[in-house]
Design a protein around this ligand. Structure first.
Ligand code: TYD
Length: 141
């Protein structure tokens, strides 16, 4: 979790490429939901939350999006600038996404259905939960 993966890809320069991943094989969870974010003005910051339980794979099929992961103790930066890159983000990770390039698209495969009560949208509350050991050692970066 909380690392880049190379999404399996086949193809040629002449004919184009196809990338794919499968639940429980290429990513460590079952996919229950897919969503995507687009038409985001360059320079916009989205995200600004952590999840109590949700795991996700983020990928950028077109464009450039910078993702900052934060487990309340340290931060790491990941540039999604290729359709072959995927970023696994587990529970207890605060994430901010910055749109770098015009018309960038962010796709996400999530381990569960949408549930607002799984979100932590207050950074101080997030830090408090980290301090209390809410995720034990399960939100390592
Ligand atoms: P959010 O996850 O906060 O998006 P971002 O991190 O890109 O800012 O979701 C934004 C809004 O969309 C929020 O009001 C909830 C809604 N939403 C759904 O209804 N279903 C979903 O599957 C997702 C991801 C969001």
């Amino acid at each position: 979790m909380n690392s880049l993966i190379n999404v399996k890809t086949v193809g040629t320069v002449a004919e184009g490429f196809l990338s794919f991943f499968e639940s429980n094989k290429d990513i460590p969870f079952e996919i229950k939901r897919i969503y995507y974010t687009y038409y985001v003005p360059v320079g916009t910051k989205r995200g600004g939350h952590a999840h109590r339980e949700l795991s996700q794979l983020l990928w950028c099929p077109y464009g450039e999006i910078n993702v900052i992961l934060d487990n309340g103790k340290e931060k790491k930066e990941f540039l999604l600038d290729s359709p072959e890159k995927g970023l696994l983000v587990g529970k207890g990770i605060w994430h901010d996404m910055y749109w770098i390039k015009e018309n960038s698209v962010l796709c996400v495969a999530a381990s569960d259905y949408y549930n607002e009560s799984d979100y932590i949208r207050d950074y101080n509350k997030f830090l408090k939960l980290v301090k209390e050991g809410y995720w034990k050692d399960e939100n390592k970066l």
